[in-house]
Write a protein that binds this ligand. Structure first.
Ligand SMILES: [Zn+2]
Length: 592
């Protein structure tokens, strides 16, 4: 259920974006904007810009942007309704209660309660580790080389041997059984009643990107099974959307993020000074993980175990990351198994060197592939190069493919033109295995959207100009139609701009953004209003630019329309389009 547009707009207007964002990050006034370090990607010099007059933000580094709602949704990981509620409360506006469906209310309340319970449990485990009962656990951690301050920093704890200690503790704090059972920390059965999920384990609180405890991992100290046990999925714990350590890694000032296999790796790396490591927990690295990471970095370095399982995990993660437009490298930790082993043996400096030398993921894939072939055997060798050729087809951009092709040819001593011929052979056969076909089409679809920059840029410019200038809207109203803009977000936004002008005489970008309910849509919509921010145009050139822009947009639109008319054999319509098109220059000149 949604709140009325007026309420959404009132809350937005009363939540000044500079003051709201300023309560999260340090902003400094520069010119007409406020600048700060972007909280959504790692950077050392500020490229995060907040505009008071526009009530919008934009990051020149990673491209995120939006209004005050977008920021709260992104930063706090809230849904639109949650962000609205949060900002309303902050601004002292009481929301019409009944607009919240009962189910939504229960869901929000449940999440808040579950976070409270997890936080209490984390405190409880932490004090257990410090108590006499936790003596053995503490010694175990110290023996594994963890320093006291690291144990404290990560809030490590201990679940003792008594199987209902936590349950009794939480009950005393007043939490009801029904709620405790939904926390995943306590189970109930008829024989034993309430009992703890974790006992006799070292406890690792798992936090989301915003430092809230959402679950736990528990590790046995001896040889018990399973070695690692995680909280089950709950209303606040979705394994596919959590990366252990991200709350710290996102704040490290490195440009890349390290991905390792588990809690202990993250902690060991942190202790050695690598504060930018994360790990997926109890689940393979997924597309959701990649999307999450993408908010904070454009580059990751994989440091999975150097055994067979680790290599397989890396090979699975690479295409997922690459599809999310994240560049991937792979650290070679040979002859050691994991980051901890490596650093204990050769030291942090040597490990840093390995990061600097980390191999581009494509070469990692090829090298791993090559291990399955005997390069002394002509037939095997031929098969290997055939496989390489297929892999090269993954690169959609000719230039990029050629670069990799040349590099492979050099490394494996094969004539580049021979390899090229193999690539052509598979390319012309339309060879793709199923997974790659899927990957290829998504990459290509993205490519089309990203790279068809001409028309995209034109539409962005017009949208920005139209929002800033009511007079321009009046001039262009008769000529431009929403249908002149490409399908999807452009058309939606231009429709909203037109209807805002017709209703109120002005179009406020920050208001229009609130009409979209997901972060992705809001961010995309916001980017349409930022065209000029990205390249200022001198006033003198403005009329010419405007003319060209409108001309190209209409021309493109006429082209699309005539194709449709031809398809439908509508000669009358086609002639009308041709007439209008040939008069286009005159028409625009008369208007502007
Ligand atoms: Zn950014």
């Amino acid at each position: 259920m949604y709140y009325p547009d007026d309420t959404v707009e009132e809350v937005r207007i009363r939540s000044d974006i500079v003051s709201v964002i300023g309560s999260y990050i340090k902003l400094k006034k520069t010119g007409s904007n406020h600048m700060g370090l972007c909280p959504f990607h790692n950077e050392k010099t500020p490229s995060f810009s907040v505009s008071q007059s526009k009530q919008m933000y934009h990051c020149f580094g990673c491209g995120v942007g939006g209004n005050v709602y977008t920021f709260i949704m992104e930063y706090e990981n809230y849904s639109f309704v949650e962000a609205l509620k949060f900002l309303a409360e902050r601004a002292g506006i009481s929301l019409p209660e009944k607009e919240y469906s009962d189910r939504e209310r229960r869901q929000v309340d449940l999440k808040i309660k579950l976070m409270e319970i997890n936080k209490e449990a984390a405190k409880y485990y932490y004090y257990q580790l410090k108590s006499d009962r936790g003596q053995a656990a503490k010694e175990y951690l110290l023996k594994r080389g963890l320093q006291e301050e690291i144990i404290k920093a990560f809030g490590l704890g201990f679940a003792n041997r008594f199987s209902d200690d936590l349950y009794q503790y939480l009950k005393k704090l007043g939490y009801e059984d029904g709620l405790l059972s939904q926390s995943g920390l306590v189970s109930f059965d008829e024989v034993r009643g309430g009992h703890d999920k974790f006992w006799d384990r070292i406890m690792f609180p798992i936090m989301d990107a915003n430092n809230r405890v959402v679950g736990f991992g528990g590790r046995v100290m001896g040889d018990g099974m399973p070695k690692y046990l995680n909280s089950p999925e709950t209303a606040i714990f979705d394994k596919s959307k959590i990366l252990y350590g991200l709350n710290r890694a996102r704040r490290s000032r490195e440009s890349y993020i390290l991905i390792c296999e588990g809690y202990m790796d993250v902690i060991a790396l942190y202790q050695a000074g690598f504060t930018n490591a994360v790990a997926a927990l109890g689940t393979a690295f997924s597309q959701s993980h990649a999307n999450l990471l993408k908010r904070y970095t454009k580059e990751v370095v994989l440091t999975f175990d150097s055994d067979k399982a680790g290599t397989a995990a890396a090979l699975r993660a690479i295409p997922i990351l690459r599809d999310a437009d994240i560049s991937v490298k792979v650290v070679n930790m040979e002859p050691y198994k994991d980051p901890d082993d490596f650093i204990k043996s050769l030291g942090a400096e040597e490990y840093k060197k390995r990061i600097d030398e980390a191999k581009n993921s494509f070469f990692f894939e090829i090298d791993t592939l090559q291990r399955d072939y005997n390069m002394e055997d002509p037939e095997d060798k031929t098969n290997f190069f055939n496989e390489v050729a297929k892999k090269l087809l993954y690169f959609y951009e000719q230039l990029e493919r050629n670069f990799y092709l040349d590099a492979v040819a050099k490394t494996y001593n094969i004539d580049a033109s021979l390899l090229q011929r193999l690539v052509n052979k598979y390319g012309s056969r339309g060879y793709r295995n199923e997974a790659e076909a899927k990957r290829f089409t998504t990459t290509r679809a993205q490519g089309r959207v990203n790279k068809d920059e001409g028309i995209v840029k034109i539409q962005k410019l017009l949208i920005t100009w139209l929002t800033d200038d009511p007079l321009l809207y009046k001039k262009l109203k008769a000529l431009l139609k929403p249908e002149d803009f490409t399908d999807g977000i452009y058309r939606d936004v231009i429709r909203l701009i037109f209807s805002e002008y017709d209703k109120t005489g002005e179009a406020v970008a920050a208001k229009i953004i609130s009409c979209f309910q997901s972060i992705d849509e809001q961010s995309e919509a916001a980017s349409l209003f930022n065209a000029e921010l990205l390249g200022e145009i001198k006033e003198a050139d403005r009329r010419k630019a405007l003319f060209d822009t409108v001309y190209r947009l209409k021309e493109e639109s006429y082209n699309r329309q005539s194709l449709l008319a031809i398809e439908e054999n509508d000669t009358e319509l086609l002639q009308k389009i041709i007439r209008e098109k040939s008069d286009l220059k005159k028409t625009i000149a008369a208007i502007l």
